[in-house]
Design a protein around this ligand. Structure first.
Ligand SMILES: Nc1ncnc2c1ncn2[C@@H]1O[C@H](COP(=O)(O)OP(=O)(O)OP(=O)(O)O)[C@@H](O)[C@H]1O
Ligand SMILES: [Mg+2]
Length: 272
């Protein structure tokens, strides 16, 4: 596949780095976001947890077909993998590497109802900033399988409603996620910083945590490092490691607070 489509260095880096819970491809028009994100998504489908649905979301079925399934099914782009992507025009499901993908058009707020009650493990979102905010809240809540991930492309317009209202539902867990996602210090910013090599030191809260520490940690590598720091020197069993790995699949407030609690508890007990 890589021979068929030589990715640019930036595209390749974006694919390799797309290991977070939420991964956004953001950049100039026609800069290769969709192709890079689709490759990352194919890799994600290949290793998606067996439980939970695989969703493909866009503004309408037609835009999903045009932007996602046409390129995926093009052997000139994706080589032999293209034959493993099957979609019939107008159908609301597709088969990708043997897994079923569910296509969901989200043109208006009512589309949110299509997500209710389902559990998803992986979502691909075409043009994220075109989706209604309520749909986002619901979509992020639905990605509840441990290790669930979202991959999305966006051409963030300068006056998108999310950026005009950077903290729409601050105390709602997913709402806060959305605001940090799109806001100036959110994962989108961090993803851009990471891609350009501007790393940032992680910080586990040292004292009592009074509000969700959204910006304490960024990305699963930092989540793992924080947990490793919290449990440093503790003898771990196989199942301990599995649970720590599972916790590392959550978000910054969960992981940073847990790591902080463990470190403070160890300090209180005189272990540190
Ligand atoms: N590595 C590559 N090598 C050659 N062609 C590429 C490569 N990546 C993308 N392209 C082609 O460049 C064009 C733009 O790519 P793509 O659709 O991924 O960009 P985009 O950033 O998603 O664009 P848009 O802003 O329109 O959403 C497409 O025709 C695609 O097939
Ligand atoms: Mg695109």
């Amino acid at each position: 596949m890589l021979d068929a489509l030589p990715l640019s260095r930036k595209q390749l880096r974006s694919v390799v780095q797309a290991s977070a819970r939420i991964n956004l491809w953001h950049g100039a028009v026609r800069s290769g976001k969709t192709i890079a994100s689709l490759l990352a998504w194919l890799l994600a489908v290949a290793e998606a947890p067996p439980s939970g649905l695989i969703l493909v979301v866009g503004r309408s079925l037609q835009t999903i077909e045009r932007n996602v399934f046409e390129p995926l099914a093009d052997p000139a782009l994706f080589g032999p993998v293209a034959a493993q992507v099957r979609h019939t025009r107008g159908a609301t499901t597709a088969t990708v590497l043997g897994r079923t993908g569910h296509l969901i058009g989200a043109a208006d707020a009512r589309a949110e109802g299509r997500l209710r009650g389902l559990t998803a493990s992986l979502a691909y979102v075409d043009e994220a900033t075109l989706l209604p905010e309520g749909f986002w809240v619901q979509l992020l809540a639905r990605l509840s399988v441990p290790g669930a991930r979202l991959l999305a492309t966006t051409n963030m317009p300068p006056r998108h409603p999310f950026t005009d209202r950077p903290r729409p539902v601050r105390h709602h867990r997913n709402g806060a996620l959305i605001s940090t996602l799109i806001g100036g210090r959110g994962p989108m910013r961090k993803a851009i910083d990471r891609a350009s090599g501007n790393g940032r030191k992680s910080s586990i809260p040292a004292g009592p945590v009074e509000s969700a520490p959204w910006s304490a940690l960024s990305g699963e590598a930092e989540y793992r490092a924080a947990l490793a720091e919290a449990f440093a020197g503790v003898e771990l069993g196989e199942y301990d490691r599995r649970i720590i790995e599972w916790v590392a699949g959550w978000d910054s407030p969960t992981v940073a607070t847990l790591a902080s609690l463990v470190i403070r508890a160890r300090k209180a007990g005189g272990a540190l």
